[in-house]
Design a binder for this molecule. Structure first.
Ligand code: GTP
Length: 605
């Protein structure tokens, strides 16, 4: 397939507007997957993705299509189409831009009833900034509340898209789908590369397969890649031999060669995905090539400590994290030690959903039991001597470091919220409670308003989205992009059990909110810590000042009470049993804290 017969495109959409369903239909239409066979939503591969109905990791598939619109004869030219799936959720916009780098065009899918939503806007701009040809697809026209004309107006108003360009489809009934691939071929330019140059390709993604080793997804920009070729990485200089090369059709299908403009996979004996840095340029060994512009490196916005639920499982957790990060290079991992939880890891994530998904995969795929600490964002603190530190773990910010903190900064985001206009009032209230600053308030049609706010990142990582959904009966959509740091009045809050600070529960809060957050944390803990043989005081403190306090009175629990003296083996058994019960606890000083207490603390903002 010469480049003129290749099209690389992506489908972008707000969550649930039907992107994966449309992708499945296109794969069926081209015979790439069997209709009604296999799993629905072929491209959503991970278990978490199926459960949550979201796409986390972008997948790519190649299809072959005979373009018969121009000529009906059976010699009509065949095209090779690479569909590059992208995640819809805000946390993964990094993956979206990564996928878009290999495309020349995108289908912008919009639900005919819901219209343009927050992520439609974010995704449109990502594609627009990458200079992609955009084909608007108004999907779900079978719904009774579909209003395609209104959506056309919105597209015109927001993105200056000519209404005549929009395709109307129903991925459910199949209506209108026959127009999609002809539009891809006619409206999206073919990839332009130098066919005769030494091979140069962009590394789009990599993952580890137990049998095959590291599999890299690549987009060949110049030249051709053949089995047996020697290639090298522009970033590490290391050389490899191409052991296998082919396309995703949608399973790995060896072809022996990939030509200019094609997207496919390469297996080259890399030992770990750490050698396959996403965004790297791979090129013909011993040739000097200009590296391709890489991707934006993953930016870690949310940090949390991950600890084994049972102290002895550190090795198991360590192994599970290592395996999982092999396939999710966007997580950063460093070892840390907590006096409360022992040895664990500080992990950086792209966002809260990313963190949840990682957590869930650790438990589901690797059977690791994990306790995570209150998520935090990367704050910057400046000391009196002018030195600045980035704080990813509140516990690391000693209460009295011998240095005086003179200023603090926190990361902010620009949030876009789209809501039916009757909810504007409550949403404005929520945003100002969360310390937001209004930047824009407009209407995108007769019923829908668009609000833009600058919000501290910390304020949206904890429960913001749920609350927003709650006060708008589920109608609000929300997206955000990172913005600059802003100076802020921040303090470190410690939680003390019987006077001992629990480092894993330390958190950084805004001074004005400290009182309320302290109260809530202490109350939550009181509910979840079981009464023990002695009295327990639970305190929240800023520096040496206690701002909230609760007391749990003592209880005497005697497991031997039911043993009528005598039987020593029975006694032993009971004692063993009590020990078992304790395993699920974390002992901090002399206090046992159940895992749920840690989970509950995550919900306090
Ligand atoms: P993410 O992967 O989370 O970004 O979602 P998505 O955009 O891929 O949406 P998905 O394809 O999972 O579709 C969401 C829901 O809409 C599913 O329940 C689909 O069955 C349904 N759906 C998709 N297309 C249509 C359509 O044309 N008409 C109707 N009525 N429902 C549709």
């Amino acid at each position: 397939y010469p480049p003129e017969r290749v099209r690389n495109f992506s489908i972008i959409a707000h969550v649930d507007h039907g992107k994966s369903t449309l992708a499945d239909r296109l794969l069926e239409l081209t015979g790439t997957i069997q209709k009604g066979h296999g799993q629905p939503q072929y491209l959503d591969k991970l278990q978490v993705e199926r459960e949550r109905g979201i796409t986390v990791k972008a997948q790519t598939a190649t299809m072959f299509y005979r373009h018969t619109t121009a000529s009906l004869d059976s010699d009509a030219p065949r095209y090779l189409l690479n569909l590059i799936d992208t995640p819809g959720h805000v946390d993964f916009s990094y993956e979206v831009s990564r996928s878009l780098a290999a495309c020349q065009g995108a289908l912008l899918v919009v639900d005919a009833a819901q219209g343009v939503q927050a992520q439609t806007i974010a995704n449109f701009y990502l594609a627009f900034e990458s200079n992609l040809s955009i084909i608007p697809v108004i999907n779900k026209i079978d719904q009774p509340t579909a209003d395609p004309d209104n959506v056309k107006d919105q597209l015109k108003r927001l993105f200056d898209i000519d209404p005549s360009e929009a395709l109307l489809t129903s991925a459910k009934t199949g209506k209108g789908l026959e127009q999609v691939l002809p539009a891809v071929i006619e409206r999206i330019p073919f990839p332009r590369g130098k066919c005769d140059s030494p091979v140069r390709m962009l590394l789009l993604d990599s993952y580890y397969d137990e049998y095959k080793g590291v599999i890299c997804h690549v987009a060949v920009v110049d030249g051709a890649l053949r089995k047996g070729d020697k290639i090298a990485s522009a970033s590490t200089g290391r050389a490899y031999e191409v052991l296998d090369v082919g396309i995703m059709h949608p399973e790995l299908t060896p072809t022996g060669v990939l030509y200019t403009g094609q997207v496919g996979y390469v297996i080259s004996g890399m030992r770990s995905t750490k050698e396959a840095r996403i965004g790297d340029t791979l090129h013909q060994a011993k040739s000097t090539v200009e590296p391709l512009p890489g991707f934006k490196p993953a930016k870690h916005m949310v940090f949390s400590g991950l600890y084994p639920a049972d102290g002895s499982d550190f090795e198991a957790l360590s192994h599970a994290i290592e395996k999982l990060t092999c396939n999710d290079a966007s997580v950063s991992v460093t070892k840390e030690t907590s006096n409360a939880l022992g040895m664990g890891f500080r992990c950086g994530f792209l966002g809260l959903l990313h963190m949840d998904v990682f957590h869930q995969r650790l438990e589901q795929e690797y059977g690791a039991q994990v306790i995570s600490t209150i998520p935090t964002v990367p704050y910057i603190f400046e000391y009196g001597d002018g030195s600045k530190i980035q704080v990813e773990n509140p516990a690391a910010l000693a209460s009295n470091p011998g240095k005086r903190v003179v200023a603090c900064w926190e990361p902010t985001v620009i949030a876009t919220i789209i809501i039916p206009s009757e909810y504007v009032g409550p949403v404005i209230m929520l945003c100002s409670e969360r310390r937001g600053e209004q930047l824009e308030y407009t209407f995108i049609d007769a019923q829908r308003a668009l609000l833009k706010y600058r919000l501290p990142l910390k304020e949206i990582i904890v429960d913001f989205y749920n609350e927003l959904k709650g006060i708008t009966s589920g109608y609000a959509t929300f997206d955000y992009e990172d913005s600059e740091y802003q100076q802020s009045d921040l303090v470190k809050m410690d939680i003390l059990l019987n006077g001992q600070p629990v480092d894993a529960m330390a958190t950084i809060v805004h001074n004005q909110k400290a009182q309320r957050v302290g109260r809530e944390l202490v109350e939550k803990l009181k509910k979840f810590i079981e009464r023990q043989m002695f009295e327990i005081t639970i305190q929240a403190a800023i520096g040496s000042k206690v701002i909230a306090r609760e007391t749990l009175s003592a209880m005497r629990k005697n497991v031997l009470a039911k043993c009528y003296g005598g039987d020593i083996t029975r006694k032993k058994k009971l004692l063993e049993k009590q020990k078992e019960g304790k395993k699920r606890m974390k002992r901090v000083g002399s206090v046992d804290i159940p895992q749920e207490a840690f989970h509950e603390l995550l919900k306090v903002s």
